[in-house]
Write a protein that binds this ligand. Structure first.
Ligand code: 16G
Ligand code: ZN
Length: 534
């Protein structure tokens, strides 16, 4: 057989490091970049199988480690509609990555192909891209070796944000169908979003400027590019931390993960009170806002805030468009959502709220069950999904008045502004700007909608994190035995106390989250639960 022979030759160039165990986790494989060559090569093999399984539909491969340090890298697969790899295939990625030597790899590959009944004569197409990390170029070459060995047609999109690659995959696979998503080029991405932004703004104009911290990652050059497509003078975007020529600066003391975990502005920030600031992460799929209040206190507007902002705006548009009877709207959060945001959505906005496990794929699937499904993780990962029925209802609704017509036009524009494939920091940021402009809100008004409960997130090193098994969307532990009872007892002692512990999907640690009515109670609760876990 020719394939095994080509495969054997190619894999010899990318030997697996001895004693390494890889796992396709919440966001693909992630580790020190110098250990990743064999993994990326093998991801290429799985991408080929997945594309062949879909008879030549295009699969995406993104090389990035998001908010992790510059010396790390990672790789993940993108499914035909631009969403994340279907969960049942993750085990095959893990299996291939861990095959001990070249022969074992060929065997594993053949086993997977057979188990999944992949027609190896079907065409295979893969597109791929990488963020700005120094290691990306070499890893992309390893991927190409894998693709070539299996006769895959491929396109290297070079450097892109993660959501841009997801967008391209969706565009390619929907081209010529009723669900055509857009022009499958980087320019097509900017054009689609910029046009939608202009139409969604309608006659409004944002006040003041927004300063965007790009974590010295790929979001910097791509946002600069996007700005060229936006209507001149409409929005004053000031791009900072956009140095991609110093790869060692990536995510260091800046970006979405820094402000969220440190609860303070980056040391380099020149923020003055009341100004809007947005922070992206290293591959531009997460965004959070912050500002300094009158007393120069740091105020974070995180993913929960973007979700409530979007829910309020879209809910109102649906009502004004007279579509409330046809379009259901719901919000998806994780256990990390601040309890105050959940209460606000449920009690004040009267919206259904669903809680899922951590990780975009879980939220995404839950959001698909609404006509308009708004999902955000507190850390800024998220988007809004519109069902085919919702899009059709919006498209076919006959305007009854000029005002009704302009509402429908704005709603349509918003469906195009929001990346339907995956959470997209640039698109989410432009959405937030549109909403703030329509509401004529300053960041203070946005913050005033509800008051966050004091909360604490603690990373706990444990001997074996695999013994921590969570249930109920990771809100409760079923193992180790008795741990949950102790957590319940502790949480019950404090006003509005809530706490949970779960094994991280990306690091060798357990994370403890706690919130309560006051800072003191919250910290005491967190300390107590850390003791339970340790
Ligand atoms: C991954 C997830 C992110 C999640 C984080 C949790 C994707 C694309 N990324 O980065 O959504 O918040 O993991 O990490 O799904 P943890 O399991 O270490 O807490
Ligand atoms: Zn990211």
């Amino acid at each position: 057989d020719v394939i095994p022979k080509a495969l054997l030759e190619a894999t010899a160039k990318h030997p697996k490091g001895k004693d390494l165990v890889f796992q396709y986790g919440t966001a693909g494989f992630r580790l020190k970049a110098n250990l990743l060559g064999s993994v990326v090569f093998r991801v290429g093999l799985l991408a080929a199988l997945r594309s062949r399984k879909f008879n030549g539909q295009t699969i995406g491969v993104m090389i990035t480690a998001s908010h992790n340090p510059p010396e790390d890298n990672g790789v993940k697969l993108v499914d035909p509609m631009g969403d994340m790899l279907e969960g049942t295939w993750e085990q095959y990625a893990t299996l291939l990555a861990n095959a001990g030597n070249d022969e074992a790899l060929v065997e594993a590959y053949e086993q997977v192909a057979e188990e999944l009944k992949v027609n190896l004569n079907a065409p295979a197409r893969v597109v791929f891209a990488r963020d700005t990390r120094a290691s990306g170029f070499t890893l992309a070459a390893a991927l190409v070796d894998g693709l070539k060995a299996l006769n895959v047609e491929y396109v290297d999109f070079k450097i892109l944000t993660t959501p841009q690659l997801h967008y391209l995959v969706r565009c390619i696979n929907t081209k010529g169908t009723h669900f055509e998503y857009g022009e499958p080029t980087e320019q097509g991405y900017y054009q689609k979003i910029a046009t939608a932004f202009k139409n969604a703004m309608a006659d409004k104009k944002p006040k003041g400027s927004v300063t965007v911290d790009c974590a010295n990652g790929v979001g910097g050059p791509k946002l600069h590019e996007m700005i060229k497509y936006l209507p001149p003078g409409m929005l004053d975007i000031r791009v900072v931390n956009d140095d991609v020529l110093k790869p060692e600066a990536l995510n260091v003391q800046c970006g979405a993960d820094f402000v969220k975990t440190q609860q303070r502005p980056p040391p380099s920030s020149k923020a003055a009170p009341h100004e809007r600031h947005a922070s992206l992460d290293g591959d531009a799929d997460r965004v959070v806002y912050y500002f300094l209040d009158r007393e120069s206190n740091f105020r974070l507007l995180d993913g929960d805030r973007i979700a409530t902002l979007a829910a309020g705006f879209l809910g109102n548009l649906v009502k004004l468009a007279d579509l409330s009877d046809e379009i259901t709207l719901g919000v998806v959060q994780t256990a990390y959502a601040n309890g105050a945001s959940t209460k606000y959505l449920t009690d004040v906005m009267k919206l259904p709220v669903v809680c899922t496990s951590t990780g975009v794929k879980h939220l995404h699937h839950a959001a698909q069950r609404f006509d308009i499904g708004i999902y955000f993780e507190a850390n800024g990962h998220g988007t809004v999904l519109f069902s085919p029925d919702a899009l059709k209802a919006i498209e076919t609704r006959q305007p009854k008045s000029p005002h009704h017509a302009s509402t429908l036009k704005i709603l349509t524009a918003v469906t195009n502004l929001i990346n339907q494939a995956v959470g997209d920091a640039i698109s989410d940021m432009l959405l937030a700007e549109v909403i703030l402009a329509h509401m004529e809100w300053k960041p203070e008004n946005w913050l005033a909608t509800y008051t966050d409960l004091p909360n604490r997130l603690v990373r706990v090193e444990v001997r074996d994190r695999t013994i921590f098994k969570a249930t109920d969307s990771e809100r409760r532990l079923e193992s180790p035995k008795g741990a949950q009872d102790e957590i319940d007892k502790l949480a019950g002692k404090f006003c509005l106390g809530r706490s949970f512990a779960r094994a991280s999907g990306t690091e060798d640690a357990v994370r403890v989250y706690a919130e309560a009515a006051t800072r003191g109670e919250c910290d005491e609760l967190a300390r107590g639960v850390v003791m339970v876990v340790q």
